[in-house]
Design a protein around this ligand. Structure first.
Ligand SMILES: [Zn+2]
Length: 290
């Protein structure tokens, strides 16, 4: 019996390896409600959400991790964000018919952008790697090999209403322990997709590592929750500039912005919109009259 929307950490008592397991149910399905995704895109979104949840658990501060696939295939954009508090959101953009395409065929020769941001926005790291693996997990692993020099493996699956994943990492100060790494990864490679999808963390650890001493920690809940707010949309509108916002108002009577992650609509009428620029609003460039 699998646990719903839960992330759990585990460690090997005798080996310098730590792991995470995540199972997503309602949190993944909430993301799927926003659009009518083809099955292959649904699965890729589920795998990416599982990966983001696993990776967010490795953050050393309050913040978020964003995985962005910029594809050159039919899936041209897929964005998933997970905060260190395990609030998850995601969406994908695609075009054309995607019946039974592989990962490679969906994303083409795209790239993967990983952004790690501190909550107060004081620190922001971004890494870009080519999507050169045959799977999302292979592409993420090559990211770690290139950017982090941390031995990291991921196993991901998604389908039939739930997505799941596992992450293993050699402890940073024990990166040369190849035997331990080989031992756990060879065992984990025997895990079948159906087992990853259907078993609980405890069952998986027992199934894979019953010869090893593994400690499984309490689970933390994962939820689909958007970080959008009226304040953020206001900030974006201010960034657009007074002239641009004013011209939308003249054309449509109001400015409506739909959050692309959760579908929530933010409406600004003339008074709302003008008040964004009241106070110290600069004249739009080129509109000064003489
Ligand atoms: Zn939203």
């Amino acid at each position: 019996m699998s646990e719903h929307d839960t992330l759990r950490r585990f460690i090997f008592e005798e080996l310098p390896v730590q792991g995470r397991h995540v199972h997503l149910d309602a949190s993944w399905r909430a993301a799927l409600e926003r659009q009518d995704y083809p099955a292959s895109v649904r699965a890729l979104l589920g795998e990416t959400m599982a990966a983001a949840a696993l990776l967010s658990a490795t953050l050393k501060f309050d913040g978020s991790i964003t995985l962005q696939i910029q594809g050159t295939g039919p899936v041209h954009l897929l964005v998933v964000q997970c905060t260190s508090g395990l609030n998850l959101r995601g969406l994908a953009r695609w075009n054309g018919d995607l019946a039974s395409l592989s990962f490679r065929e969906m994303v083409g020769d795209g790239r993967l952008v990983m952004t790690i941001e501190q909550q107060d926005k004081t620190e922001r790291y971004q890494s870009i790697v080519p999507l050169e693996g045959e799977t999302l997990s292979a592409s993420l692993e090559s990211y770690f090999a290139r950017s982090e020099q941390l031995a990291t493996r991921l196993w991901l699956t998604a389908g039939d209403g739930s997505a799941a994943g596992m992450l293993l990492q050699l402890l940073p100060d024990r990166q040369t322990d190849a035997d331990a790494w080989q031992h756990v990864t060879v065992l984990t490679d025997t895990l079948k997709q159906a087992e990853l999808a259907g078993l609980s963390a405890q069952e998986i650890l027992h199934r894979l590592y019953n010869e090893d001493d593994v400690r499984l920690f309490e689970g933390a809940p994962v939820a689909f929750r958007c970080q959008c707010s009226r304040e953020r949309i206001e900030h974006t509108l201010r960034g657009l500039g007074h002239a641009e916002v004013h011209s939308i108002l003249e054309e449509r009577g109001s400015v409506d912005v739909d959050c692309e992650f959760c579908g929530k609509r933010y409406s600004f009428d003339l008074v709302d919109a003008e008040s964004l620029f009241s106070g110290s609003f600069p004249l739009p460039t080129g509109s000064a009259k003489h």
